[in-house]
Design a protein around this ligand. Structure first.
Ligand code: PLP
Length: 397
């Protein structure tokens, strides 16, 4: 037998197969109501629109799709992304300040590689997106946790932590933040706090990495202006993605930053993927150009709003009184809090045995916290939402 363990690099050793993932992965032939990942509502996927785009593609378009492209992305798509972001007050030169990435996850990886060194103080929400936490961890930073409430990151605590670092002769390098309908708790950062974050970044001289996959899925009016739309000194890097608003399978994400920063990230991306998939980039540019993206966002938002309401109603009747939650104003998740001594990790095994899966909250914290549960409402059907919540409610009680 091969002694596989001795071959892993230090980094490779940071990827042991997770027991949690093996519980959560779909098993063939086993019916499971999945309140787990942030997957798209299947009937709403823009399949017909994408099919038409490929049917109408010219020989020249096919040649561009099937050839290597530039590392930063297909120029037609960079241009569309620049126009799209301008609609949200973000200015980005298409050729110099936008990199198309394989989902926004690749953007997180690029930032991690290019900006984080061992021991750097990285400010982030508690809770925060689990796959950003695990990506940053590969660079061995020090996490400085900032509490999140319904109004987003608590900027008063942020300032206290920055002062404390300064008093110790230290500083923070980067703040990772998901201001709009953040994963996992769907909190929405107020405009006042957005301004405060930017002021603190100027005062304490750190850079900001803003992750905005969910802002477009807003149930109450337009998406609030991203931090990148208010940045005066080029210290905000902004990533977003097709995954929640158009299609996760296309793997279209992007990052915008000042040209000095994008230059370094393009070189890093060259080592990872050389360039993005041409088929996907072409379809993405065309979906923008034909107005499909603009139509798709309100269409899917309406579906998610209805599913959110169905889940909320089912929880009201089925969940124990000690479970607490806020009504999400956008995004794809409900975040449920239980009393401190309660562990949702324990509930998960029973839930899976009864055909329902959710994500235990412990995965979203850099320190051990076990009394939360994340429930996704975008993927399951309306009927499955009701059945699954009733089952969970019964087990929780
Ligand atoms: C906050 C956040 N950032 C980034 C991603 C990565 O998404 P993708 O790579 O599909 O764009 C996700 C996915 O769920 C997310 O929740």
């Amino acid at each position: 037998m091969l002694d596989s363990k001795r071959f892993y690099s230090k980094l490779g050793n940071m990827y042991p197969p997770s027991a949690m993932n093996s519980i959560l992965l779909p098993k063939p032939g086993v019916k499971m109501i999945r309140f787990t990942g942030g997957s798209y509502d299947v009937p709403s996927l823009p399949s017909a629109e994408v099919k038409t785009i490929y049917e109408e593609a010219t020989p020249q378009a096919w040649a561009e799709m099937l050839q290597y492209g530039g590392t930063a992305g297909m120029p037609a798509l960079q241009k569309e992304l620049s126009t799209f972001m301008a609609g949200h007050k973000i200015k980005a030169d298409p050729a110099k300040e936008i990199i198309v990435t394989t989902g926004s996850q690749e953007a997180i990886d690029l930032v991690s590689r290019v900006f984080i060194d061992k021991g750097d103080n990285i400010l982030l929400g508690a809770p925060t997106y689990l796959q950003a936490l695990s990506c940053f961890r590969t660079q061995y930073p020090k996490f400085v946790d900032i509490p999140i409430d319904a109004d987003g990151m608590n900027t008063q605590v942020l300032e206290e932590k920055l002062k404390k670092l300064k008093a110790q002769g230290k500083s923070a390098k980067l703040l990772y933040v998901i201001p709009s309908f953040q994963n996992p708790d769907s909190s929405l950062m107020t405009m006042e706090r957005r301004k405060a974050v930017l002021e603190l970044a100027e005062k304490y001289d750190f850079i900001i990495f803003e992750d905005n996959p969910y802002g477009y899925i807003s149930f109450e009016g337009p998406m609030p202006t991203p931090l990148a739309g208010m940045d005066k000194s080029g210290r905000v890097m902004y990533t977003s993605t097709f995954s929640k608003m158009v299609s996760p399978g296309m793997r279209i994400g992007w990052i915008t930053a000042n040209p000095e920063f994008t230059g370094h990230m393009i070189e890093a991306k060259n080592n990872i993927s050389i360039c993005n998939d041409g088929l996907s980039q072409y379809a993405a540019a065309e979906l923008f150009r034909r107005g499909d993206v603009e139509r798709q966002i309100p269409k899917v938002t309406k579906v998610y709003r209805k599913k959110r309401d169905i889940m909320l109603e089912a929880m009201e009747t089925s969940f124990p009184k000690k479970a607490k939650w806020e009504t999400p104003k956008g995004g794809l998740f409900l975040w449920v809090k239980f009393p401190k001594n309660f562990s949702t990790d324990e509930v998960l095994k029973d839930a899976v045995a009864n055909g329902v899966a959710f994500v235990p909250g412990s995965l979203f914290f850099s320190k051990p916290v076990h009394n939360y549960m994340r429930l996704n409402y975008s993927l399951p059907s309306e009927a499955d939402i009701v059945t699954g919540i009733q089952t969970l409610g019964r087990l929780l009680k």
